[in-house]
Design a protein around this ligand. Structure first.
Ligand SMILES: [Mn+2]
Length: 254
C-alpha cells in the first residue's frame, strides 16, 4: 500500500485500547478519551491505523453485533464518512473480527502485518501477536482460536452465553491484570524486537510498528531501522505520529 501525505498532514497509529475491559464503567471513560484523541487528530489525519486489541473481545455472528463501544464506532464511522482512511488490525483479543467493519464502514481489517509505504518510508505494521521466538502458549491457543470448526461451533452458542464465557476467559489475560509481568523491558527477551531483526536481515523497512507488548518502545533494528511499540490505552495512552519525515511516540494527555 502506498500513501502520500502533504506537509500539513500526519498519519496516526494506536493499539491495545482493550475496549470493554475490565468493566463497562472504566471502559466508557477510556472510550471518551479515545474519542477526544480522534477529535484532536482528525484535522491533520491523512490516515489512522488501529493496530489490534482495539476490543477486549469481539465476535462476528451472522446477524448480531456485540453490545457496547457505540460512541467509538460512531466516531470512526463519521471520520470515514469525511473521507479519512482508517485501517484496522486484529489482535489476539479481537481476532474474530471479519468483514462487518469493512462492509458497514469501509474499514479494511487485516489479520497479518502489512507493508505500507508513506512518503517513501517503508513500514511493516501489525499487532505482533505470535511473531518471533517465544509466546509458545499463545501460538497453540491461536491455532485453536483460528480453527474453522471451533469458530463454527462457538457461533452456535447463544451470544449471551458465548460472550459471557469469552469475557471470563479474557479476564485472565487482560491488560488490566496487575499481576501481568510484562511492563518492564526484557532486553534480549523482547521477541518482537528479535522478529524485526530477523526480517531486516532479508528485507529492509524503515519502521517496524507493532502493538501487543503494552510497553511503548523505540529500539534500533540494524543501522537504518527502528522498531516502535505503540504501548496501550488502559494506563499509558501512547500513540504513534508520522509527519512524512519523522516517526514519534507521543502520549495523549487531554
Ligand atoms: Mn493487548
Amino acid at each position: 500500500m502506498n500513501i502520500n501525505i502533504s506537509a500539513t498532514q500526519k498519519v496516526f497509529f494506536a493499539s491495545d485500547f482493550h475496549l470493554g475491559a475490565p468493566n463497562r464503567k472504566s471502559s466508557r471513560k477510556r472510550e471518551d478519551k479515545i474519542i477526544r484523541w480522534l477529535e484532536n487528530i482528525e484535522e491533520e489525519a491523512a490516515a489512522v491505523f488501529l493496530v489490534g486489541d482495539i476490543f477486549d473481545f469481539w465476535f462476528e455472528y451472522e446477524k448480531v453485533v456485540p453490545k457496547g463501544f457505540i460512541r467509538f464506532i460512531g466516531k470512526i464511522a463519521a471520520m470515514r464518512d469525511k473521507g479519512i482512511p482508517i485501517f484496522f488490525f486484529t489482535g489476539n483479543h479481537d481476532l474474530w473480527m471479519k468483514d462487518y467493519f469493512t462492509k458497514e464502514l469501509g474499514i479494511p481489517v487485516y489479520h497479518h502485518p502489512i507493508e505500507v509505504e508513506i512518503n517513501h518510508k517503508k513500514m511493516l505494521i501489525g499487532h505482533g501477536d505470535g511473531l518471533g521466538p517465544g509466546d509458545k502458549n499463545y501460538k497453540v491457543l491461536k491455532k485453536i482460536f483460528t480453527n474453522k470448526l471451533c469458530q463454527f461451533l462457538f457461533k452456535w452458542i447463544h451470544p449471551d452465553i458465548g460472550i459471557s464465557l469469552a469475557e471470563k476467559w479474557s479476564n485472565s489475560s487482560r491488560v488490566t491484570n496487575e499481576n501481568k509481568q510484562e511492563d518492564t523491558f526484557k532486553g534480549e527477551g523482547e521477541w518482537l524486537w528479535k522478529y524485526c531483526q530477523s526480517v531486516e536481515e532479508k528485507i529492509h523497512f524503515d519502521y517496524y510498528i507493532f502493538g501487543h507488548r503494552h510497553l511503548p518502545l523505540e529500539l534500533p533494528v540494524g543501522k537504518k531501522s527502528t522498531y516502535y511499540n505503540l504501548g496501550e490505552w488502559v494506563n499509558q495512552f501512547t500513540y504513534g505520529e508520522f509527519d512524512g519525515n519523522t516517526f514519534q511516540l507521543l502520549k495523549f494527555k487531554k
